[in-house]
Write a protein that binds this ligand. Structure first.
Ligand code: THU
Length: 131
């Protein structure tokens, strides 16, 4: 796992808007071009309107004109590495193949690596809409 992804995720986490959960999350993804896109969680007083760090990073990637995800890194200030929520697993799977590496980390330095396929077995995909 590249240290530049970790650096980017740790840095953007500082900008998280998480006054309700006090749980700041940073995400960094590498796109097909090699460029890194970042996102942080943005909570809202109307709680369901909040968005996850991964969603922000994906939105930044797509806004920049890229649609291929090759690597992802998520970091939080928890004791255990934070795992992407169910919705974010589906969002990541929209742009990344099953073998894409996802590193889940703590600000303290613990890292746990998995893949998109392991995070979302049996993912709903475009093939399911055929026929
Ligand atoms: N959160 C993320 O941003 N990403 C994750 O992978 C897990 C959870 C955010 C959503 C909410 O703002 C806060 O963490 C607590 O759930």
């Amino acid at each position: 796992m590249s240290s530049s992804l970790r650096k980017a995720a740790v840095a953007v986490r500082e900008n998280a808007h998480a006054p309700y959960s006090n749980f700041k999350v940073g995400a960094a993804i590498r796109a097909g071009s090699g460029a890194i896109y970042v996102g942080c969680n943005v909570e809202n007083v109307a709680y369901p309107e909040g968005t996850c760090a991964e969603a922000g990073a994906i939105a930044a990637m797509v806004a920049a004109g890229e649609t291929k995800l090759s690597e992802a890194y998520v970091v939080a200030g928890s004791d255990l590495p934070v795992t992407p929520c169910g919705g974010c697993r589906q969002k990541l799977a929209e742009f990344g193949a099953g073998d894409v590496a996802v590193t889940m980390a703590t600000t303290g330095g613990i890292e746990q690596q998995t893949t998109l396929a392991d995070l979302l077995p049996g993912a709903f995909g475009a093939a399911h809409m055929k026929g």
